[in-house]
Design a protein around this ligand. Structure first.
Ligand code: LIP
Length: 283
C-alpha cells in the first residue's frame, strides 16, 4: 500500500486532534462531576469497560468514518465484534477511546484517548490526549513529535542504573504464575539496576512519558494495538526505540513491547526483562 502524502497526513492529524479533544471533554465531564459509572468486565474480572468507553468510541469512530470513508477502523470496544481483529495494509485508524479505563473509573490522572493511524501495519501518526494531565501529544512519521506544541526528545539516558522504568500489571491476566514472574523481574530491576520502578495505568501515557523524557523505559506484555499504535510513532519521532519485549522488531499485533530512550539502555534492560516467563502470560 503506498504511504500517505504529507497533505493527507496533515488532514488526518487535524481531524484526530479535534476528535481527541472532544473525547477529553467527555472524560473530564465524567471525572469532574464524580459521576456514578456503569462498568462491566471483559476478558478477566479486572479488565473493565464503562459506558463512557463505549460512548466515546462510538463518537470517535463515527466521526473518523465520515471523514475517511476509505480507511479501515479498529476500536478497542468493538474490535471483537466479528471475531479476533486482524490488521490489513490499508490506512487504519486504531483507537483506544479511554486508555487506562481502571484509572478513569477511579478518577485517577493516568487515562487518555489514543488515536493512531497505521499504514502497512506500521504506525505513521499518533494523537494522545490526557485531559487529567492537560497534555496533548502528537507524532507524525518524518515530522517529529510534540507535547502541547513543544517538540519532544527522549531522555539522554543510556544506563539502567540512572533510569526510571515503568511496567504494568496488566488486566488481561492476573494468574499467580504471571504475577510472580513479573514481580521477579521487578525485584531484579529494583536490586540496584534502576533508580526506580513505576506501575501506572495507561500504556499510551507511559509511552508518551518515554517520548517526553520523564520515563527512560517502559515495557508490558498483553497490550493491544489500540493501546500502543499512537504512542509508538510518538516515541520514534522523539528519537526513542520501540521493540518487541524479546529485543526483536516491534509488531503492532504481537501484544508486547519495550520502549527505551536509547539502544544502550534497551540492551541492558533486556538482560533482565527477557527473564519474564512469557509462557505464563496466556495471551
Ligand atoms: C490498559 C493499558 C494498560 C494495561 C491495562 C489495560 P485499557 O488499557 O493501557 O497498559 O496495563 O491492563 O490494558 O484497557 O484501559 O484501554
Amino acid at each position: 500500500m503506498p504511504e500517505l502524502s504529507k497533505a493527507e497526513l496533515d488532514r488526518c492529524l487535524k481531524e484526530a486532534i479535534g476528535i481527541a479533544k472532544l473525547a477529553g471533554l467527555f472524560m473530564l465531564d465524567c471525572m469532574e462531576r464524580n459521576k456514578e459509572l456503569t462498568a462491566e468486565s471483559k476478558s478477566t474480572p479486572v479488565d473493565m469497560v464503562t459506558e463512557y468507553d463505549k460512548k466515546v468510541e462510538d463518537m470517535i469512530l463515527t466521526r473518523l468514518a465520515k471523514e475517511f470513508p476509505d480507511f479501515d477502523m479498529l476500536g478497542e470496544e468493538s474490535a471483537y465484534a466479528n471475531g479476533p481483529p486482524k490488521l490489513t495494509n490499508k490506512p487504519t485508524w486504531i483507537v483506544d477511546p479511554i486508555d487506562g479505563t481502571l484509572s478513569f473509573m477511579h478518577k485517577s490522572f493516568d487515562c487518555c484517548t489514543s488515536i493512531g493511524l497505521a499504514v502497512n501495519k506500521k504506525a505513521v501518526l499518533g494523537v494522545v490526549y490526557s485531559p487529567g494531565l492537560n497534555e496533548l501529544y502528537t507524532g507524525v512519521k518524518g515530522q517529529g513529535s510534540f507535547c502541547n506544541g513543544v517538540p519532544l526528545q527522549v531522555s539522554p539516558q543510556t544506563s539502567l542504573k540512572n533510569s526510571l522504568v515503568s511496567t504494568h500489571f496488566p488486566s488481561f491476566t492476573r494468574s499467580p504464575a504471571f504475577v510472580d514472574s513479573l514481580f521477579n523481574v521487578w525485584k531484579e530491576l529494583m536490586k540496584v539496576p534502576t533508580q526506580g520502578c513505576r506501575a501506572y495505568g495507561s500504556a499510551a501515557i507511559d509511552m508518551c512519558s518515554v517520548a517526553k523524557g520523564r520515563l527512560d523505559a517502559y515495557f508490558e506484555v498483553g497490550i493491544c494495538a489500540w493501546d500502543v499504535c499512537a504512542g509508538a510513532i510518538i516515541i520514534e519521532e522523539a528519537g526513542g526505540l520501540v521493540l518487541d519485549i524479546t529485543g526483536g522488531e516491534f509488531d503492532l499485533e504481537n501484544r508486547r513491547l519495550l520502549c527505551t530512550s536509547s539502544p544502550e539502555l534497551a540492551k541492558e534492560i533486556l538482560t533482565i526483562v527477557k527473564k519474564l516467563d512469557l509462557s505464563t502470560a496466556k495471551l
